[in-house]
Design a protein around this ligand. Structure first.
Ligand SMILES: Cc1cc2nc3c(=O)[nH]c(=O)nc-3n(C[C@H](O)[C@H](O)[C@H](O)COP(=O)(O)OP(=O)(O)OC[C@H]3O[C@@H](n4cnc5c(N)ncnc54)[C@H](O)[C@@H]3O)c2cc1C
Length: 399
């Protein structure tokens, strides 16, 4: 066994991945007096720069407050009480808070969440080992699992009681579960999202989801001076086929309303393409390995659920491990997978529902478009339908 002086040979919990799932779990465990080590493949600057989600459910914000990591989120996060659905050139507001007993969403970039969680972790002297290569998991069905990795050109071995696989959809944890021990469910959508970050104040104070015959578009924001915008694009499109002028033309066409409102242009700071797909692996546990977040499931971003699910898994796992260490009671750990999967499948359904209602499908005929418009009109005119959308969007407390 080889290791550096900074690397303890043992920790109660080894956490693979410093994304929202892994970092939130590290804080929950610290709160319960359980030690953990976070092992991350990338460097700190990389994970703090990675632009991804930006909508926090009420329950996610409440958890960060309880963990004492919400100071900047409370200062800079934009609390929104409604979202807008747009179709046939008309905008309709869904009053999230009025429909859900006062619950709301907070707009705050995932990379800002990650920055806050890393800063608070390091302030607590909690170890995060960045730049860890060749991570591999061993003896997962024994009570003495081990994690191997390379760092600073040297081989390391960490002994632990449990491994939390929080390393996203391309990590090593999911593939450490033998294929005979897992079942996967998957759907790939026949389109992607081209997203830009623009240096311009948001054109409206709230998020807009637009259905348009040319395809879906989304107006969101990352702060008072920065707008986040998406257009549906082809599944094989590259950035080359989307120069800024084309992006703005499509955004204006798809987001403009018949009363003359349109989006304001600004300098494009960042541009990327994200594929849309649904994926679930069951169960989310194998021996002493527990998967959390994108390592176990992926949702298309239309429902804004990915980061929130990752945080929700971390909460369930943190509480289950706390019960084990406090009382030697394994019942919550035994229920971990089934508890999480109830929320996961609700989010999968909601994300599929939003995606199906709002996008243009390549094989979609006029019949399908009429169904979409009927569903949109129903959600915008029926209190029952609007409440269903609102309670899923802000996050269900009990699933
Ligand atoms: C490109 C992209 C864009 C997205 N956009 C949106 C959006 O607009 N809206 C939305 O709601 N959701 C979006 N999502 C989904 C959301 O960001 C994810 O659901 C969320 O990041 C899940 O958090 P996580 O902690 O489970 O995984 P991640 O955030 O992926 O974190 C996993 C961590 O593990 C590390 N890691 C990976 N492999 C290894 C390894 N072998 N060893 C050690 N560490 C490893 C990674 O570097 C990473 O830091 C997006 C996701 C992606 C990938």
């Amino acid at each position: 066994m080889i290791q550096t002086r900074q690397s303890p040979a043992r920790s109660q919990v080894a956490i693979i991945g410093a994304g929202p799932a892994g970092l939130t779990l590290a804080h929950i465990l610290h709160h319960h007096g359980i030690d953990s080590v976070v092992i991350e493949r990338r460097d700190r600057a990389y994970v703090e720069r990675r632009l991804r989600a930006g909508v926090l459910e009420q329950g996610t914000v409440d958890l960060f407050r309880a963990l004492g990591v919400s100071a900047r989120l409370d200062r800079e996060g934009l609390v929104h009480h409604g979202i807008n659905l747009q179709f046939s050139g008309e905008r309709h507001r869904i009053a999230l808070s009025d429909l859900t007993g006062g619950r709301a969403i907070t707009i705050y970039g995932q990379h800002e969440v990650v920055k806050d969680l890393i800063a608070a972790r390091l302030a607590n002297d909690g170890p995060i080992w960045f730049d860890a290569d060749d991570v591999s998991l061993h003896d997962l069905t024994s009570d003495k699992p081990r994690v191997h990795f390379r760092r600073d050109g040297r081989a390391h071995e960490l002994h632990c009681d449990f491994v939390a696989g929080c390393d996203g959809s391309h990590g090593v944890s999911r593939s450490a579960v033998p294929t005979a021990e897992r079942r996967t469910f998957e759907r790939t959508y026949p389109f992607s999202w081209l997203g830009i970050l623009a240096a311009v104040p948001p054109s409206l104070g709230e998020v807009i989801y637009a259905h348009h015959e040319r395809g879906f578009a989304l107006h969101s924001m990352r702060g008072p001076q920065v707008t986040r915008l998406y257009v549906q694009c082809g599944p094989d499109d590259g950035l080359d086929s989307w120069p800024d002028e084309r992006v703005w033309l499509e955004l204006k066409t798809r987001l403009s309303t018949t009363d003359g409102w349109t989006v304001q242009e600004g300098a494009v700071i960042e541009k990327s393409i994200t594929a849309l797909r649904s994926f679930v692996m069951e169960p989310m546990q194998y021996g002493q390995l527990f998967l959390a977040g994108d390592a176990a499931h992926v949702v298309p971003p239309t429902g804004a659920k990915g980061m929130n699910l990752a945080v929700a898994d971390a909460r369930v796992l943190g509480d289950a491990l706390a019960q084990w260490y406090r009382a030697g009671d394994r019942s919550l750990l035994a229920e971990y997978s089934s508890t999480c999967l109830r929320r996961v499948w609700r989010a999968e359904h909601f994300s599929w529902f939003m995606t199906s209602m709002l996008h243009r499908f390549p094989d979609g005929d006029a019949f399908q478009q009429k169904l979409q418009l009927s569903q949109l009109r129903y959600v915008c005119t029926s209190t029952a339908a609007a409440t269903s959308l609102a309670e899923n969007y802000v996050g269900l407390e009990h699933v």
